[in-house]
Design a protein around this ligand. Structure first.
Ligand code: SF4
Ligand code: SF4
Length: 459
């Protein structure tokens, strides 16, 4: 893959944006050990009401629609938490009503909702189906891997309830993505997790690496890295908690999943990072913020209307303002937010600029950039070794699929091409059992004589 810089992207303010909205703040009915969001309770005073107030909700929906560029055909609202289903179906019925009230003529409104699945029942599924909600469901693999960290407030695993939620979603025909947090424990089981999720009926998968910096408290994320916190490239493991996936481990995890997928599932199973990679190989900048050159168009909003630069930077230093006092559009397009997004590119070390897979990786998310490069420059991503391994591993197949896509053929044809190549190679390596030896060939009986002087004569 070439690491040449693609043509400049659209102006910051012309790029679409979206806001991950936390209508119940960080409040959750689970207590997952690795959750980066639970401690956000500390940002708001004790006794705070976590449910988003009606006027704030209506103002947000109106402003979010109004802030979209003219001609926008579709607007997507993203609901997250905490656990948004704690608000009950009625809350989201109300959201849909307000959306319809403010939608421009002909505009399609869609919703995504991220859930742990614990509360999903028939009523929820009926509502999701009726209103076209796309659901993100968290599951970390089979029970032994999932229940290690995804526990409730009594310390009990949640796996059985998540599987029940998958059955319900499938029964009602609700679209959903499975979100897998890749950690130190499940990080050695890529192929097993992939097969398991495929077998229980998940068709869309996202793998999210967990990286918690050690020494900055539980659930640490989104805090600026000071000069003395950068860690040498070869001391990477000591920089993170024991739950965090290790760079090589993450790379191997993705490679193992890819090797399973490419055999039989292209076009049938959809893995977000594979789609993103294919986009880069086709020559189109990936759409996911972490793999783009710049970011800053994926913001977060808390229950009271506070808007932050990013879901991973819900910290006082990254609070842009409150949409009840400053128009959302002004916050989203502010110079401060643009600087936040540009920093992703401007702080990229030379080591990344020279990297052969830079166009697919782009240094990943700045929150994970707390290593020094081998030559001592700050700002290398903790997961670098894993991404480099993965993107190089998939390079031949990506080239093949990119060629198919560019010639307007389905990428899934790669499976036929690969099996034909395997068969041809096997043909070349294995003598055909029905091949008749020619007169001067070595005799197939193994005598060492020519065929004509051995078995052919006897015939
Ligand atoms: S900081 Fe990371 S997660 Fe946030 S918008 Fe930028 S790349 Fe995306
Ligand atoms: S983080 Fe590593 S793999 Fe990614 S662009 Fe930088 S050097 Fe390349």
């Amino acid at each position: 893959m070439s690491n040449q810089t693609p043509s400049l992207t659209a102006q910051f303010t012309d790029q679409p944006f979206h806001v991950m909205t936390k209508p119940i703040g960080p409040i959750c009915n689970l207590d997952c050990t690795y959750c980066y969001y639970l401690h956000k309770e500390e940002l708001y005073p004790k006794g705070n009401k976590w449910k988003m107030a009606d006027d704030c909700l209506a103002s947000y929906i109106r402003q979010y629609i109004d802030a979209q560029p003219p001609g926008t055909a579709e607007v997507t609202f993203a609901w997250q938490g905490g656990e948004p289903t704690l608000l009950g179906v009625e809350f989201f019925e109300h959201c849909v009503e307000i959306q319809q009230q403010y939608a421009r003529p002909g505009m399609k409104i869609t919703n995504t909702l991220q859930t742990n699945g614990i509360l999903l029942d028939d009523d929820w599924c009926r509502f999701f189906l009726k209103n076209g909600f796309l659901i993100g469901l968290s599951i970390d693999g089979p029970a032994d891997l999932h229940d290690a960290y995804r526990i409730d407030h009594q310390g009990q695993g949640s796996h059985a309830k998540v599987i029940a939620a998958i059955r319900k979603l499938k029964k009602f025909g609700v679209e959903f993505n499975a979100l897998v947090v890749v950690n130190r424990l499940n990080g050695d089981h890529g192929a097993r997790i992939y097969r398991y999720l495929r077998d229980v009926g998940c068709q869309y998968l996202q793998f999210i690496p967990i990286v918690e910096r050690s020494g900055v408290g539980r659930h640490a994320e989104g805090q600026a890295v000071t000069a003395d916190q950068f860690t040498a490239f070869d001391a990477a493991a000591s920089a993170v908690s024991s739950r965090s996936v290790l760079p090589e481990q993450f790379g191997s995890f993705l490679c193992d999943v890819f090797d399973e997928w490419i055999q039989r599932d292209v076009g049938r199973m959809f893995v977000q990072i594979f789609d993103q990679a294919l986009s880069a190989w086709v020559g189109v900048e990936p759409s996911l913020c972490v793999f783009r050159r710049t970011c800053g168009r994926a913001l977060a909003m808390e229950h009271n209307g506070d808007v932050y630069s990013c879901d991973h930077y819900v910290e006082p230093d990254y609070r842009l303002g409150n949409l009840n006092f400053v128009p959302l559009e002004d916050l989203v397009n502010s110079g401060r937010q643009q600087a936040f997004g540009d920093a992703k590119l401007n702080t990229l070390p030379q080591y990344c600029l020279d990297c052969e897979v830079r166009n697919a990786c782009n240094g990943e998310c700045p929150k994970n950039r707390f290593l020094q490069t081998p030559d001592g420059q700050d700002g290398l991503n903790f997961l670098c070794a894993g991404y480099r391994k993965f993107f190089n591993h998939v390079d031949p197949a990506m080239q093949q699929m990119a060629a198919l896509v560019k010639s307007r053929r389905p990428a899934a044809l790669i499976m036929e091409q690969r099996s034909a190549t395997t068969a041809t190679t096997a043909d070349a390596a294995t003598p055909r059992s029905d091949a008749t030896p020619r007169r001067n060939d070595p005799c197939p009986c193994g005598s060492g004589k020519k065929y004509k002087s051995c078995c052919l004569r006897q015939r």
